[in-house]
Design a protein around this ligand. Sequence first.
Ligand code: GNR
Ligand code: NI
Length: 171
Amino acid sequence: MAVREIITLPDKRLRLNSEPVKRIDATVRKLVDDMFETMYGAPGIGLAAIQIGVPARVITMDLSKKDSGHEPRVFINPEITWKSDEKSASEEGCLSIPEYYEEVERPAKVKVKYLDLDGKAHEVEAAGLFATCLQHEIDHINGVLFIDHISKLKRDRVIKKFAKAAKKVEA
Ligand code: GNR
Ligand code: NI
């Protein structure tokens, strides 16, 4: 297992549409291992493979409370099959947009079908933080960031801030 570097704005790879996993082999299992180590190390509650620069449709997640044990979850080739009309707003952050938090409105509940690490198909209905996190991560594998769901004014401001910070490092 290895902690991998998490890519951040303005890295263009965050805008890639990730490719479906064709075969769950040793490479995919190693990717998932590295994603968990990177996610727990950050720490974060979810991670999409593209955040470590790998454009594959793989998500890791752990929504367990601090003091309870780990509850690692893996979603391969996830697809939203249903969204509730009811919306819910909650504050989001992203390891690829460090230290920026904003309220995002999304469908309150979703159903998602996906494959597990054995290639077995599942469908889950999610609500609350689980629904928020699944939608946030599925956005990532489609090249979408949570700032795409906030006002253009706020989005342009944060994009500009990260572009400026990157230029400074460069100089
Ligand atoms: O660690 C994370 N916390 C979080 C909080 C609210 C909504 C979404 C998230 S996901 C984020 C980790 C991350 O960037 N995943 O892509
Ligand atoms: Ni994120």
